[in-house]
Design a protein around this ligand. Structure first.
Ligand code: EPZ
Length: 419
């Protein structure tokens, strides 16, 4: 199993190219199943999760023509298979996003029920309720979702019990093929939902209000060939902003879009991190010791849960005590015991972590448990004195393109060990 060995203490300086957003790429690839025409996607990140999603749509019959690691042309014309195997779902729960497109286009689908993962049970009840509201009958047959809409879908008013990103995306994709108009109320407002809508409109759909809590979709789309460039990854951007801050360095984040990071930027500026625009994106600098700040994770535009673990690593070395409340997932503190092994002083009380800062972190062997937890260990390792070896780094490669290479180019002492 591959590991990362980090020798900490180097101030990072240099430029990092921000890749396309993983959490926009995955639903956009799933959306290609809706259309018999070709969808060309550019600025795709080279991630194992993206490779997994492309494998899954190919299993359904889509013709996937890769043009280098960051571009793909998907011909949905030959999609003919409406069953997604457990193997696919087991590899990545986001593959459940093929359910909406398959039911919308073929009137039926069998998709394995995704299990939970390290950060929570991750149910899909809101996805299924949205499809039922559009006229789908949904049964579960021993771990498989069996969805049927023999008369096609009919536009409706969908009220989401909570602003679920995935459920909003499932509802929006399915609604593009329904008869009549669909209104989604309490929709997720994440930039990745907006990017999916932008891509669907390029493909021929009529969608208004993406990015607000109310989205309107006109159905019976006439699909056309389209090309779409994925937005930059705001979680990767926030991660490298923390890397600059935790090492007291300065990084230019090329391609970053500050408007997707308003809440984290505001919090980091209150800690003493400086941000300013550059002609290639964003410069982040943290020359002086940082002050501790409290955060609560919330759906967009609040502080993103996907940056919670990274921020916790930073608060371990800031001056003062920070309170971090996780409200989106029920078990997203798997990084705490590992950060404490590196010398952090973090105590958990239910959904609240109390982080006593200004710690001298010391390198140690640690293990990654999930995608964002693993990168918080990398960040802590960059600040720690001595050597940190991180096990199970396949988690990292799911969501960060060439993280070790990008960090090395900015002065980090980090190497990938195999075996
Ligand atoms: C998306 O997951 C992201 N993944 C997650 O990123 C991100 O953390 C999350 O949104 C929140 O922003 C992708 O986009 C592929 P949700 P998703 O539905 O859609 C509950 C990463 O690290 N819920 O908004 O699964 C759910 O259990 C990943 O890149 C239901 O109860 O998130 C959670 O507590 C991790 N029923 C909350 O809602 C449902 O049917 C938010 O989930 C769906 C969700």
């Amino acid at each position: 199993m591959e590991r990362l060995r980090i020798t900490g203490g180097e101030r990072l300086q240099g430029t990092v190219a921000i890749a396309g957003a993983k959490n926009a790429s995955l639903p956009i690839i799933a959306a290609s199943l809706l259309s018999p025409e070709t969808l060309t996607i550019t600025n795709l990140p080279a991630l194992t999760d993206v490779a997994t999603m492309l494998d899954v749509i190919a299993e359904h019959g889509a013709h996937v023509d890769r043009n280098g690691p960051h571009q793909v042309a998907i011909d949905g014309g030959r999609v003919d298979h409406v069953e997604a195997s457990y193997g696919a779902i087991r590899r990545m729960r986001a593959t459940v996003l093929v359910l909406g497109p398959l039911v919308a286009r073929f009137g039926k689908a069998r998709v394995s029920l995704p299990g939970g993962c390290a950060i929570g049970t991750r149910p899909v009840d809101l996805h299924l309720k949205a499809l039922q509201t559009l006229g789908t009958t949904v049964d579960t047959d021993g771990g498989t979702i069996v969805a049927n809409a023999p008369n096609g879908l009919t536009g409706a008013r969908i009220v989401l019990a909570s602003p679920s990103v995935g459920a909003t995306e499932t509802a929006m994709m399915a609604a593009t093929a329904a008869k009549g108009e669909t209104e989604i109320i309490n929709a997720a407002q994440e930039p990745e939902v907006v990017d999916l809508a932008t891509c669907l409109v390029a493909m021929g759909a009529e969608i208004e209000g993406a990015g607000t809590h109310r989205i309107l979709i006109r159905g019976e789309t006439i699909w056309r060939t389209a090309k779409h460039a994925v937005i930059p990854d705001r979680v990767e951007t926030g991660t490298y902003a923390v890397a600059a801050a935790i090492t007291g360095g300065q990084l230019e984040l090329a391609g970053a879009r500050l408007e997707h990071l308003a809440a984290p930027e505001q919090v980091l500026e209150s800690c003493g991190v400086a941000f300013w625009p550059s002609d290639r994106g964003l410069i982040v600098s943290a020359p002086d010791p940082l002050q501790a700040m409290d955060i609560t994770t919330e759906p967009f535009p609040g502080f993103p849960t996907d940056l919670q673990a990274q921020f916790m690593a930073l608060m371990s070395v800031a001056e003062g005590t920070s309170t971090i409340r996780e409200t989106v997932f029920e078990n997203r503190f798997m990084h705490v015991p590992e950060l404490n092994r590196l010398g952090a002083d973090i105590k958990l009380q239910g959904t609240v972590a109390t982080v006593k800062g200004s710690r001298e972190l010391k390198g140690a062997p640690v293990a990654a448990t999930d995608l964002r937890a693993s990168v918080s260990l990398v960040l802590a390792g960059l600040a720690a004195t001595g050597e940190t070896v991180i096990e199970n780094i396949f988690h990292l490669d799911r969501g960060y393109e060439a993280l070790d290479v990008k960090l090395t180019r900015c002065g980090a002492r980090i190497e990938r060990l195999s075996g």
